[in-house]
Design a protein around this ligand. Sequence first.
Ligand code: B12
Ligand code: SF4
Length: 474
Amino acid sequence: MRLYLINPSSPLVTMVKVRESRWNRYRVWKPLSLMVLAGLTPPEWEISIFDENLDAPDYPTLPRPDLVGITAFTSQANRAYEVAAHFRRLGVPVVMGGIHATMCLDEAMERADSVVTGEAEDIWPQVLEDAQHGNLKRRYDGGFAEISNVPFARHDLLATGYAFGAIQTTRGCPLNCSFCSVTAFNGARYRQRPIPDVVREFQAIREKLVLIVDDNLIGTRPDHIARAKDLFRAMARADLHKQWIAQATINFADDEELLALAAKAGCRGVFIGFETPTPEGLAELGKKFNLVKGRDFRASVRRIQRHRILVVGSFIIGLDVDESGIGRRIAEAAGHYGVDNLNALFLTPLPGTRLWDQMESEGRITLHMFPRDWAYYTLTFPVARYKRLSLNDVLKEMVSCDQRFYSMPRILHRVWGNLWRRRRPLITLVGNLSYRRNSQLAAKAYAKFECQRGHRHDWVNGMQGQPNADISAG
Ligand code: B12
Ligand code: SF4
């Protein structure tokens, strides 16, 4: 039995044209979901994983599979449906799963033979067995899986072409911020994989650099922090020789022992959601965690950096409280906190979030010709009506934010500071130049976005399916 697992091309990666430069290897990330599915698949299946972001498979020339599994974030949905249509025309059953299919079940069910909602661990073997017997059901629900004893992801598949390996050690988040789908999708309970499993799976990863995909590697409660420390101790003991980056909340900075252990275990960078510089903004987003009284973000960032861990700060533009000048304000706040990189994104109502419900009920979702418009749900386009900022204003704020933070003098200042403190100046330089380049590309895309709003569908079609534009005709 032959199984194809497919990660459809992402509009974001298409935008940076990943195949044009070696450096772009650092912009494609392994679709861990498909490697996990492969790990759950019994040996009688011959598995191929295709990541369209890395290579454009010429599907018509490939041997006919018995089953196709497609994953998709929302922004990949269009392309996912094109690929599904191609295989369905050949009579090959297609199963869709992942965050988008879960949140937009009806839409996905119209375009796939079967849809798996939620996490796959407890249900995928059943799906395969049904497929083998020609008895695939229209819908399966994996819910929140028990991850205390799962087979490892297949790191031997997709073994080349990426700069970073990928691994997951926890799932779920209790914080339920309004714009984020994690609590809806993975639940509020913070579930942790057993430490020995994580360490052994780490050993199976070939890349020296690894992305730990957890939404919050350290968690929020004292027992979570204690587990994170145990994990880091075990990783250091195992002498993994890996350097890794992860996401965490700002409480990462509150425990010196945790920071020291993380650094010893190979932590080189952390992605932290600051979201907005104002308390009113944080309250609006429901990110109360960042509102702890007396929290000094600048001191927190410094404490993390003292362990030679770089900090990427993420911010959102377009909140109801945001008004003219917010772009500059964010750039200044990020500069003041001292983050090494700033990642600013538009407030985006993702399906399944509280923000979606709110904006939909208020009629504020302006790009709503679905599934086509999903291509804009990359957080890099304004897809909604913002309260105090017009479309033109919000685009200007984003450009002003990026231009300020990534101006050459500011980049050099940061690099010099890191050189002086012996804190990875080269990575800081490359990271900053890469973000600068991205923001320049984004600014061009905004100009096009504004100018083509009248004929926007032509433009969406232009963005989509570039690697395989021909197969839908096949
Ligand atoms: C790692 C990650 C990334 C990596 C992507 C790596 C990759 N190629 O997959 C990077 C950094 C590149 C990234 C980028 C973005 N991301 Co992201 N990312 C994540 C994160 C933190 C973890 C995903 C992961 O690997 N999980 C581990 C795997 C094992 O779990 P999984 O993917 O959910 O898969 C399980 C199930 O979904 C299911 N499943 C999945 N696929 C399939 C397919 C089949 C056939 C079946 C049966 C089952 C199944 O089975 C798996 C095992 O249980 C999630 C948050 C989260 N917790 O999901 C956000 C998340 C997926 N990202 C999100 C967003 C918004 C983005 C960006 C748009 C943001 C941006 N501008 O940077 C871009 C879009 C990129 C794109 N492809 O278009 C949103 C997506 C929401 C949505 N509705 O689409 C999430 C949910 C976070 C959030 N705040 O809500 N991201
Ligand atoms: S943004 Fe981060 S802290 Fe907030 S719900 Fe999502 S994963 Fe949790």
